[in-house]
Design a protein around this ligand. Structure first.
Ligand code: ZN
Length: 174
């Protein structure tokens, strides 16, 4: 139990669309706990269920306090939805499923998102900066969208070797 291994680019699990969590029960709470252990072991700031080969609509985020917009971390987001976006950011992003790949990604500067918490209660979160980007990045995962989909042709060429090696190394986990 505890940490899972993280699914890397090239594995089709990352392209799955997540399924809405209807009931926040002990299985879901256990999954969230295992995801936290996995993310911490990998030293990440966010992780979506797809990245451990699951398809429940759950992601977790743990950004440093100074970027947390006064929200208590770690954040477990079930059935995450972004309902408002504002402004623009163009910052460097990485992903635990793309080791050693860092690219600049266009994101909204601020987002308002809704989610269900581990008690099954509906919550709303307003985020800016790094937390806003993390929410958008994890929401992408829940929709099967990956860092590679944000790459410009130039970024794709620059990372072609790494992407190729990842695809070659990817083993189906099912
Ligand atoms: Zn990611």
């Amino acid at each position: 139990m505890g940490a899972y291994s993280i699914v890397k680019f090239g594995n089709k699990a990352l392209r799955e669309k997540s399924k809405v969590v209807e009931d926040v029960n002990d299985d879901i709470r256990k999954l969230a706990e295992d995801m936290l252990a996995t993310m911490r072991e990998a030293d990440g700031i966010g992780l979506a269920a797809e990245q451990i080969g699951r398809n429940e609509a759950i992601c977790i985020i743990d950004v440093p306090k100074e970027h947390a917009c006064d929200i208590k971390m770690p954040l477990v987001l079930i059935n995450l939805k972004v309902i408002e976006k504002d402004g623009e950011l163009h910052e460097q992003e990485g992903c635990l499923s793309f080791p050693d790949v860092y690219i600049k990604v266009h994101r909204s500067k601020e987002v308002t998102a809704t989610y269900t918490d581990l008690e099954g209660k509906q919550q709303t979160v307003k985020a800016t900066g790094l937390l806003s980007r993390a929410i958008q990045h994890e929401l992408d995962h829940l929709n099967g969208v990956l860092l590679v989909d944000h790459m410009s042709p130039v970024q794709k060429v620059a990372n072609a070797g790494k992407l190729k090696r990842m695809k070659r190394a990817a083993k189906p986990i099912f």
